[in-house]
Design a protein around this ligand. Structure first.
Ligand SMILES: C=CC1=C(C)c2cc3[nH]c(cc4nc(cc5[nH]c(cc1n2)c(C)c5CCC(=O)O)C(CCC(=O)O)=C4C)c(C)c3C=C
Ligand SMILES: [Fe+2]
Ligand SMILES: [Fe+2]
Length: 331
């Protein structure tokens, strides 16, 4: 990329993509968000007519109120943490790339559900004259329900364009050395500042067991990420465990379940834990509410004495450097 971020004469843009979040912590806004999210056939793989009836007949009558309450407990004056951190991270990546290249670089953020949408952002970048795109979903581990659906949204947008642009798509970065180092360093920094519990729980967002059977490498990616961080930190067997959180619905999901492990840890003699969530690029409902509030209560009620969540990489300098490395390599 030279003076005005051109490669081979073509103007480049980097589009970071995250999941999306409700526009407000209210039942109406959460219902709108969940209706879009949970109707995505990449997310819930149940035949549409049946699923539509379950979603609109049951889930969207109950869940929005419950989830809105959870969102309200973590909402900030600037908005939903997922969006606020993702925006700050985007700004940090833009600054990092500009510094490396000595020129302005187009770096924008899109959300798979809600706003700013992938289609809207791609259209705006095209209007600015961008002809070469790097789409970088903020999911270190690959799952069809997150990464592939971001790709679908990009492809759906290009279907409406006569001139399809050049496209690079980052599929995953679960074992990228700089990602592993960034997470490991964030854990060590947390231990230096707050003390070390002696037991580290690695909690990743869950996924239906069926997605694994159908071929998602997600759980393998989570295992590899965890093993690499464990090796880098030099943790002993028995001083850490990998779990999956945020189970949704009655089906079997990847195991062990985070809450079940937290309930039994005190009886195994583990009364102090640190929890890290390497799969979440930025803090959001699933870390700030589920891990830091709800699951903490579960652990304390089961006899736990100390429980700390280690923040996500968020908009920290190491995160911006990691994503800039990935962007440079892909462009
Ligand atoms: C069938 C349901 C779901 C699948 C499959 C799923 C996979 C999945 N999700 C993330 C990351 C995030 N999920 C978040 C929230 C969230 N996830 C689901 C359901 C599934 N996720 C729901 C219903 C919700 C909404 C909140 C609620 O009502 O409980 C979030 C946080 C969003 C926010 O606004 O902060 C993230 C991030 C991954 C990585 C993943 C597959 C690996
Ligand atoms: Fe989710
Ligand atoms: Fe959750």
């Amino acid at each position: 990329m030279t003076a005005s971020d051109n490669i081979q004469g073509r103007r480049c843009a980097v589009l970071l993509v995250n999941l999306g979040t409700p526009a407000a912590p209210t039942p109406a806004a959460v219902r709108k968000y969940l209706a879009e999210f949970l109707m995505d056939p990449r997310v819930v793989e149940i035949p549409r007519p049946v699923w539509w009836l379950i979603l609109h007949g049951i889930i969207l009558r109950v869940r929005p109120r419950k989830s809105a309450h959870a969102y309200a407990s973590i909402w900030t004056p600037e908005g939903s943490p997922l969006l606020v951190y993702s925006r700050k991270l985007t700004d940090a990546v833009r600054r990092e790339l500009a510094e490396r290249l000595g020129a302005e670089v187009v770096v924008e953020l899109a959300m798979r559900y809600g706003q700013p949408s992938i289609a809207g952002q791609l259209e705006a970048l095209r209007a600015q004259g961008c002809e070469r795109f790097l789409v970088l979903p903020l999911y270190p581990q690959y799952a069809a329900s997150t990464t592939a659906t971001a790709f679908d949204a990009v492809a759906d947008t290009f279907k409406r364009w006569r001139a399809v642009p050049e496209l690079r798509f980052v599929r995953d970065y679960h074992d990228h050395p700089r990602y592993i180092a960034a997470v490991a360093d964030s854990i060590e920094r947390h231990w230096r500042e707050h003390g070390r519990s002696g037991f580290l729980l690695f909690s990743f967002h869950g996924l239906p067991e069926r997605s694994r059977e159908l071929g998602d490498p997600y759980d393998q990616h989570c295992q590899t990420t965890t093993r690499l961080i464990v090796e880098r930190l030099g943790l002993q067997e028995g001083a850490w465990q990998l779990v999956f959180q945020s189970r949704f619905g009655p089906a079997k999901w990847l195991q062990p379940y985070c809450v079940e492990v937290l309930k039994e840890l005190p009886s195994r003699g583990v009364k102090a834990v640190d929890v890290v969530c390497p799969g979440f690029a930025v803090d959001c409902l699933e870390t700030l509410e589920e891990i830091a509030i709800t699951n903490k209560e579960v652990f304390m009620q089961a006899g736990g004495e100390s429980y700390r969540m280690i923040p996500a990489l968020n908009d920290g300098p190491e995160h911006a450097k990691l994503l800039a490395d990935i962007a440079m390599a892909a462009l």
